[in-house]
Design a binder for this molecule. Structure first.
Ligand SMILES: O=c1[nH]c(=O)c2[nH]c(=O)[nH]c2[nH]1
Length: 297
């Protein structure tokens, strides 16, 4: 019996970078947080501290900045692929890479003269994400969104659940439904118009959230995932995590007031947590593409 090194990866986490495309007077800014990790044969440093195979995490950080300078920044997916391809190939000990990017939104400031060329206001807390897992020539791209906060003020019911011991929830045919969607979807290939796909998939999810008359958050989640897969053959599977951000009707009776679904208490915890993956039953699974994803999504 011996003790051996198991799966491992290393790199620089959370390289914060803002790229300014100044090719025209109308600047385009991209604000990202990049985590670069390499996979391969690095057993010598774990075993003995022999670093001869180690491309320093500092070098990985510098490479993020350098590639943005030399090749610009178009989309999180394209940049993550470019970064992975930079490291996987030239160095025999590097057999794979895991590149994860979060992108924060900035909107142009609108003045009376219109959208400003080079002044921005930070957008919502919504984050666009990309995860590239490269293993030799195999490349898996998982795109996503986190913090997509949505609410519908009617069109949501919850009833028909069993009255088991300790059940006290009252059935409702009209409630607020709100959630913060975290979603990641895996593409079948890498020949994708990343921006167009992201925009369309986000729009499909929002449309379904709005238009499904919901009998449960679970039903809404599945409908959103199903709609994405139906509209996007280039997507193999989608995982969704949706907290049920409860809004409780405030009892105003003791002050002689009724409350016909108008005044709610927005609770922050505890919250229901509904999570599922929705997939094509004929799509080849790629479980390792999801390695290192913390939590369900
Ligand atoms: O949409 C819901 N799904 C549940 O599983 C659940 N459970 C609960 O208490 N409220 C809700 N709402």
């Amino acid at each position: 019996m011996g003790i051996v090194l198991g799966p491992n990866q290393y790199g620089k986490a959370e390289v914060r970078m803002v790229h300014v495309d100044r090719s025209t007077p109308v600047h385009v800014i991209t604000d990202v947080n990049v985590t670069s990790q390499l996979i391969g044969d690095f057993s010598s440093t774990f075993a003995t501290g022999d670093n001869s195979a180690i491309i320093a995490t500092d070098t990985q950080k510098n490479t993020v900045y350098a590639l943005a300078r030399t090749g610009g920044f178009s989309t999180v997916e394209e940049f993550a692929l470019r970064l992975a391809r930079h490291f996987v190939g030239p160095y025999p000990q590097v057999t794979g890479a895991r590149m994860e990017i979060e992108q924060y939104g900035w909107d142009r400031i609108h003045t009376p003269d219109g959208a400003h060329d080079h002044s921005f206001v930070r957008g919502s807390a919504e984050v666009r994400t990309a995860l590239v897992m490269k293993d030799g020539d195999d490349e898996q791209v998982i795109s996503g969104v986190a913090g997509l906060v949505v609410l519908k003020s009617t069109g949501s019911e919850f009833w028909g659940f069993p009255d088991v011991p300790y059940t006290s929830l009252v059935e409702t045919t009209d409630r607020i439904m709100a959630t913060s969607v975290t979603a990641r979807w895996r593409y079948t290939g890498v020949d994708v118009d990343w921006d167009a796909a992201f925009t369309a998939i986000r729009a499909v999810m929002l449309e379904k959230f709005a238009t499904v008359h919901s009998l449960s958050l679970q039903q809404t989640l599945f409908a959103m995932g199903e709609a994405v897969l139906t509209a996007h053959p280039e997507v193999a599977e989608i995982r969704l995590s949706m907290p049920n951000k409860h809004h409780f009707l405030v009892d105003l009776e003791k002050w002689g007031l009724d409350n016909p679904n108008m005044v709610f208490y927005a609770a922050d915890r505890p919250y229901g947590l509904i999570e599922a993956s929705v997939l094509r039953d004929d799509a080849p699974p790629a479980p390792t593409a999801w390695d290192g994803v913390a939590g369900f999504v």
